[in-house]
Design a protein around this ligand. Structure first.
Ligand code: SAM
Length: 321
């Protein structure tokens, strides 16, 4: 973000890193083996931290992000690798189409580092934060069709309850939904702090986690259709990988991790078996081999240095056949 950006568009606190502290960088480089000449797609470019490490190891990198601010920042940051780094704006759910526009039809590696960057989280104008006031937006793509305010002010109580329960695993989903529907009849929700206060009036504060954490996560997932995009992205990248190419995915909550784990498991099974079948059958989707059966997590030092890394899990698989 430029120094001339209005105050509400400047990140309020981000003391350790200008844009975003990438997690598990050394592990990503070790497991994706980005040797010279290999073309790796960073499907969640963000501030370009992982891309920088992959470039420094010799690979060519294509960065995808749906946020133009991320594309602009990373393009500036990675300008010291002309010809080796290219960026394209869009959703990784459409990776095949986006890469095709660059004439790239096969990859030697791919990375997804899911969720939001610290810059997005700490910029009040983006509406992700329940700590600082901003418009109730939460779009990763600022041109996206739906904001969090649209959902909170127009969905039925049942729909809101389902979102909070399914995407936030929020125990008080029903009570929060009832409260929001009641409050919005007086005045529609417009800002993040209005929403955070309404949630807090239903779920009082206990411990260090803000009571609105799960509701904010749920709305962000719904606004950006994050789980659908993840499922599509996993399919797309698996199709694009050359034999022996590696695919790393970093997740930050159990819903994402469950999807990645199930996808890799399904693609890594050579045979399928069902009780109603007389014998196992070959799996037509068999296309990956797991590199790390257990997800890699940041060590204590990284978790201390970068608290947002605490929930990170890296799973890596390799294309076969
Ligand atoms: C955790 S940050 C990535 C940080 C990055 N690895 C780095 O080192 O700076 C996640 C990024 O992915 C982007 N993103 C999330 N979902 C996306 C999607 N479906 N398509 C493209 N970009 C997406 C977000 O806009 C954000 O910039």
């Amino acid at each position: 973000m430029s120094a001339l950006a209005p105050p509400s568009q400047r990140p309020v606190k981000n003391p350790r890193h200008e844009y975003h502290d990438p997690v598990l960088v050394e592990k990503v480089v070790e497991l994706l083996a980005p040797t010279p000449g290999r073309v790796i797609c960073d499907g969640t470019l963000g501030g370009g931290g992982h891309s920088a490490a992959l470039l420094a190891a010799g690979a060519d990198v294509i960065g995808i992000d749906q946020d133009p601010a991320a594309i602009a920042f990373a393009t500036r940051r990675l300008s010291e690798w002309p010809g080796k780094f290219r960026a394209i704006r869009g959703s990784f759910a459409n990776a095949g189409e986006l890469l095709d526009q660059l004439g790239v039809r096969i990859l030697d590696g791919a990375l997804l580092d899911l969720g939001v960057s610290s810059h997005q989280l700490d910029t009040p104008a983006r509406g992700f934060s329940f700590q600082q006031d901003g418009p109730l937006d939460m779009r990763l793509d600022p041109d996206g069709p739906i904001t969090a305010a649209d959902l909170v002010n127009t969905m039925s109580g049942e729909q809101l309850e389902r979102i909070f329960r399914d995407y936030g695993e929020e125990n008080a989903a029903r009570r929060i939904a009832v409260r929001l529907v009641r409050d919005r009849m007086v005045r529609p929700f417009e800002t993040t702090l209005e929403l955070a206060a309404a949630v807090e009036s239903v779920v009082p504060r206990h411990g260090r986690t803000h009571p609105a954490t799960r509701v904010f996560q749920a709305l962000r997932i719904a606004v950006n259709r994050e789980l659908e995009a993840l499922e599509q992205g996993l399919e797309q990248f698996t199709l694009l990988l050359a034999r022996g190419a590696r695919f790393g995915v970093i997740t930050f909550h159990s819903l994402e991790d469950r999807i990645v784990k199930a996808f890799f498991k399904q693609r890594c099974a050579e045979w399928l078996d069902r009780p109603e079948w007389p014998e196992p059958r070959p799996n037509p989707d068999f296309s990956l081999r797991l590199i790390n059966p257990k997800p890699v997590e940041p060590d204590a030092a990284e978790q201390r240095a970068n608290p947002r890394s605490r929930s990170a899990k890296l799973r890596v698989a390799e294309r076969i056949g």
